[in-house]
Design a protein around this ligand. Sequence first.
Ligand code: PLP
Length: 359
Amino acid sequence: MSLEIKNLIRPHLLGLQPYSSARSEYSGDGILLDANENALGSVCGGSYNRYPDPLQKDLKAKIIHWLNPDLAIDNVFCGNGSDEIIDLLIKAFCRPGEDEIMIFPPVFGMYEKCAQINDVGIHAINLTDDFQLDIPAIKDQINERTKIIFICSPNNPSGNLIHTEEIKIILDSFNGLLVIDEAYIGFSNARSWVDRFQKYPNLVVLRTFSKAWGMAALRLGIGIGAPEVINVLNTIKMPYNINSNTIELVSKALSKPEVLKEMVDKIKAERAILEQQISWMEITKKVYPSEGNYLLVKFQNSLELYGFLKKKGLIVRDRNGQPHCNGCLRITVGSPEENKLLLEALKEYEALFINSKPA
Ligand SMILES: Cc1ncc(COP(=O)(O)O)c(C=O)c1O
C-alpha cells in the first residue's frame, strides 16, 4: 500500500477484514446449502433466489473492456449508484467530527448531504462566476482536515467542464483524495479522467449508468481508483450491494454501444435545439453552454415561469438560491415531443410577458 493512501484511510479500518459472506467464501458450482437461500426458486419468477457475486467480477471485466482496458479489476468499484460511492468514500476517509470535505458550489448536493450524515465538515468555496475553480482560494484554504475534494465535471447544474489544467494544479499539490464526478461525461466529447488515473494515486473518478446509459432505476455507479482506495471501499460496503438484475441488464447494455451512441447523439441534437430556441426568447437572460443532458438558463421572472410550467405539468428544477444561479432554472433535455411541449409553453409565457410590459 502506498504510504499516502494508507495514511488517509481512517485508522480503525486499516486492519479490518470485509464481512465473509457465503458467496465470498465459495463462488463455484455445487449444491449450494451455505447461504440459507430458498432452493425452490423465487415467488416473482426468474432465478432471483441466489445471492449475487459480492464483487461483481464478470460485470467489472465488461466495464473495463468498455471504459479502459488498462484498468484492472482492483481499480474498479461498483456502487448502488454513485451516491453510494460518495457516501462510502466519506465513511472510509473522513473522521466524524474532525475531518472535512471540500466542495465547489453550485454543485450536485449529495457530497454535502453525505458529509452531513457522516458528521463530517463541509468546506465550500464557490466556483468563480464563470463556474470554474477559484484556485487561489482553494490553495489557501486546503488544510490538514481536508481529506476529500469533490469536483463535478461536467458540473451539475452549470453544465460546463472544469478546466483540466486547474484540476492538475490541485492534483499536484493536494495530499488527500481528489474525486472527479463524471456523471455527465457521456454527453460530452471531453477526454475522461479515467485515462489519467495511473498517474495520480489519489484520484478517484466516478461514473454512472444513470445518465447517458439511461439506467437510473437499476442503480449502478462506478468508482475508478488506486487498488488501496478500492480495497477499503470493498471492505466497508454491504456484502451484496449490487443486485442480480442490475448485473445482468448492465452486462447486456455494455454489449450495445451503438444504442448508447444513438441515444446520446439524439439528446445532444435536442440540447442544441433547446439551447438555440431558448436563447432567442425575450424571457431569457442567458443560456449557459452545456456538456450535460440539461441546460442552466437564467430567465426574467424565473419563479413565476417555474410555477407557469408546473401548472402545465412541465417540471424543471429551480436553482435560485445556489451561488451564481439567481434567476436560473435547470432544464433536463427531454424527448423530442417533450421538448416541443416545453418550447410551446415557454413561447406562451413569453407572449404573456411581452404583453404585460408597459408600452
Ligand atoms: C453530478 C452527479 N453525480 C452523481 C449523481 C448520482 O448518480 P447515481 O444515479 O449514479 O447515484 C447525480 C445525479 O443526478 C449527479 O448529478
